[in-house]
Design a protein around this ligand. Structure first.
Ligand code: HEC
Ligand code: HEC
Length: 442
């Protein structure tokens, strides 16, 4: 993005907060059941009470294509957030399957960070000339990565409704875990908030709930992470007068000897941090707390997008009964969560406990350095809201067929999903058909 556009967005963001606050006053008693009403909203729409202009600008930023001059690369996966998050609407799921890798060292997971793991960036900016006569190469992550023995695909998850999920109290998620039978009890992952934004403060410990493995607790943190790791755009932000550099270090192609920086070249066309927001703001002088403007816009868009709308349930309710009978609701809980957002109460049914479960061989085998093999098998219960907009199911998009996705819960027979898979296999064809019709309404 150009600097001018970013500042324009930032100014209007400030305005919108004020307008939104005033707008709520006359509207305090409204309650929006955002995920259960049919036809009330379209995929990717804003939550009620969101300033339309600010939302449109934030959404445009989410869709903006970045160039080398903006700091894209040196290695990257795509040029805009919406290049991946696009199925059904901007902010939807995607077809793009990312590549993760690692190995086991002394029986525990090793993400091979020294070779650029565990996320492999698929592209490099290639040759570039930071100054006359200086010929540089970004390089690319090699495939397969050196030393890797574990490989996994991760398809793009949707971000709509993420602001609702973000507000579910930790205590609610932990209570769900406590109530689960031991055989399917999930594990809450925790993350430390990186960027002070919205309702969160840097340093807070909070239940991580976003991503296939539940790695981040806030959409702003995910946005800073994605800007760096998907697009190669490094940023700094400000937190109560301190410079935040968590997303400020470029990834380098497999850190190989041909790596640009080793040959006297900068990382990419923009040496140092691509968008040094903190420096632009006098190193956060005056106790400033503010998130880099693009990241703030991405977060605003995601935080204010409505839950995906439901479709008609052609099983006439029988499918839900079957869903519960087969134990799907053990993890894909049917809980209607209620949070307050934009000064209004919003209820939604994401069909996830936001906990991670040992899925046996369905798990992707990727983790953090030092994780046991059992830990690497844990996956977040995939939220089933918006399922009728999706066409690539399970973490590696191995199928578009719901019955195949359910059968895969068997996980080699010893994962926490195996009993549900067995119940589905044992169901009559009428019961299965009802269940699948119900799933098509989500
Ligand atoms: C190259 C494709 C790609 C691009 C570009 C991309 N994403 Fe994603 N996004 C993904 C994938 C894949 C996942 C799932 C990642 C995982 O869990 O391993 C994801 C997950 C997310 C999630 C978590 C949603 C959830 O609940 O699981 C958020 C939030 C997100 N992305 C935001 C962004 C933002 C903001 C940008 C732009 C800065 C962006 N993404 C750019 C592919 C992409
Ligand atoms: C032990 C917890 C658990 C139970 C029980 C369970 N699931 Fe899942 N489900 C998951 C997890 C975890 C994933 C993500 C797995 C992956 O892709 O690695 C998932 C994924 C899915 C998906 C694919 C969603 C997507 O976004 O790709 C569908 C559909 C699904 N489950 C339906 C069901 C149905 C129907 C049942 C009951 C027969 C069921 N699940 C029982 C945990 C569970």
């Amino acid at each position: 993005m150009t600097r001018q556009m970013r500042w324009a967005s930032l100014v209007s963001l400030g305005l919108a907060v004020a307008v939104g606050a005033v707008g709520c006053l006359g509207d305090n008693d409204s309650s929006d059941t955002t995920s259960t009403s049919i036809g009330a909203v379209s995929l990717g729409d804003a939550l009620p009470g969101t300033n339309a202009t600010t939302f449109a600008e934030a959404k445009a930023n989410f869709g903006a294509t970045e160039t080398q001059a903006d700091g894209l690369g040196p290695i990257f996966n795509e040029r805009s957030c919406s290049a991946c998050h696009s199925v059904g609407a901007t902010g939807g799921a995607g077809q793009n399957v990312e590549r993760r890798y690692g190995t086991l060292t002394n029986g525990v997971f090793n993400g091979l960070a020294s070779t650029g793991g565990s996320l492999r960036q698929l592209f490099g900016i290639g040759g570039f000339n930071p100054s006359p006569g200086l010929n540089c190469q970004s390089g690319t992550d090699s495939n397969p990565a050196p030393g890797a023995t574990i490989f996994a695909g991760r398809v793009t998850t949707p971000v709509v409704g993420a602001g609702l999920v973000e507000l579910i109290p930790d205590s609610t998620i932990l209570a769900i875990a406590a109530a689960q039978p031991a055989a399917i009890r999930g594990v809450a992952n925790f993350d430390t908030i990186h960027l002070t934004d919205g309702p969160f403060v840097r340093g807070q410990r909070r239940v991580a709930r976003f991503g296939w493995k539940a790695v981040h607790a806030s959409v702003t943190d995910f946005a800073g992470d994605a800007y760096l790791n998907e697009m190669g755009i490094t940023t700094t932000s400000c937190d109560r007068g301190s410079v935040v550099t968590d997303f400020a270090t470029e990834n380098r192609a497999n850190r190989a000897a041909t790596n640009a920086v080793i040959n006297g070249c900068p990382d990419d066309l923009k040496p140092g941090v691509d968008d040094d927001f903190a420096e632009e703001n006098n190193n956060c002088a005056g106790g400033l707390t503010a998130v880099q403007d693009d990241v703030a816009n991405f977060a605003f868009f995601m935080r204010n997008s409505a839950a995906p709308p439901r479709a008609i349930d052609n099983s006439n309710g029988r499918g839900l009964t079957e869903f519960n009978r087969e134990g799907c609701n053990g993890c894909h809980v049917t809980t209607t969560f209620t949070v307050t957002i934009n000064g209004r109460s919003a209820s939604f049914q994401p069909f996830s406990d936001f906990l991670t479960h040992d899925m046996g061989t369905l798990g992707d085998g990727i983790g953090n350095d030092g994780d046991s093999v059992a830990t690497t098998r844990r996956m977040r219960t995939a939220p089933l809201w918006g399922l009728h907009f999706r066409n690539a199911l399970l973490h590696d998009a191995r199928t578009s067929d719901k019955a195949t996705a359910i059968a895969a819960h068997a996980g080699g027979g010893n994962g926490q999903g195996s009993a549900a898979a067995a119940a589905f296999a044992a169901a009559t064809s009428a019961q299965r058909s009802d269940l699948l019709l119900f799933l098509s309404s989500l």
